[in-house]
Write a protein that binds this ligand. Sequence first.
Ligand SMILES: Cc1ncc(COP(=O)(O)O)c(C=O)c1O
Length: 424
Amino acid sequence: MYELLKTIMIEDLEVEADQVSPDASREDAGLDSLATFELSLALSQRLGVTIADEDLFGLRTLADIAEFLERRTGGRAPQDAGLARLLGDGDGCHPDRPSPAHQLARNETPFQPPESVLDAITRAAAEANRYPDPACGALRAALARHYDLSPDRVAVGAGSITLLQALLTVTAEPGAAVAYSWPSFDGYEVLADLAGFRTVRVPLAEDGHDLDALAAAVDEHTRLVLLCNPNNPTGTASGEADLLRFLDAVPRTCLVVLDEAYCEYARDPGLGARLLTSWPNLIVARTFSKAYGLAGLRVGYLLAEPGLISRVQRMVMPLSVSDVAQAAALASLAAEKELLGRVQDTAAERDRVRAALLALGFDVPPSEANFLWLPLGARAQEFAAACASAGVDVRPYPGDGVRVTTGTAEDNDAFLAAAETNRP
Ligand SMILES: Cc1ncc(COP(=O)(O)O)c(C=O)c1O
């Protein structure tokens, strides 16, 4: 934790390196009240927990601050925490950091939006002097038609992450717990912490979610289960029969969120939507960020029963989905055939990369998403660093493995070349 503190002080607060040492007092390290305030903001952002400047005022030295941070975060490594980690962009916001030649750390699609979507974006951008439709009416109606649901069963937000945050906020209560597989989407950890939930991690089985163990982990305090299917970062997916058994085993008082951010790449993309009508405690989360290629415009949605949708919708920041984003999402739904054709191409590339990795001797589970998982254990960071020096940005999970997004054939070949020189 001291190393993180030191980095923030030097990089973000621009304190001279020779002023920073564990036994330097706050004054010697240049932490006057304004700098202490700035430090508290930077720490909160990096660690994903709220650190107020008052928390730091009573601490004498930098070692004392590091020790306080250790206690406040439960010793959790900063790589695993913080909103800045959600997209795998480990060190937060560094506008001057050069982009890697091959960005394979963020599970984005490498394709630009289709022409028809770019046209819709341009048309909507010309009306940027107008506020957006706060109800996202046209988009909700189009999604409702798409899934054959009534519009009151659809919530739209600025990315599915904001809707998950709203959902966790409206369901939080003292002593409540949220359960999920681990490793899974690290955003769950951050959102659960922010909403004040106790978190219960259930280790994945060899071939994906351990749904029996997850159901057994649900008790009277569990308000939510977050089930990422296909799972980020492993790409493994549970099928209908297993999910039905799981839903049967979970009490109706516990909400089950099926996070289908990557379902378009899966064998059964319609799974969540099919289950929805029979399970009132089921919520399906989907996004336009991945297969639909609109990560930069921020649009996601939830499908659930109307009472829950209206509670979530009330918690979402008004006007947060721009008209440009709404228009792009509508146009993407209309261009679905073209977009899903690209999904097929990506899935074929993913399978090509996996076959090549297996031939190199890597262990890689079959993936139903636009990324692959290399369970490298203790070698994860070293492997990711070797890829980075070859210009390929992949996502390390320290101690567990490395996740690599499927990019263009050229990106993937660059990754395979790096993997070949770092084979097990
Ligand atoms: C499993 C999962 N769910 C949700 C999200 C959030 O997606 P967005 O907020 O872009 O819709 C991500 C992003 O990487 C993800 O991997």
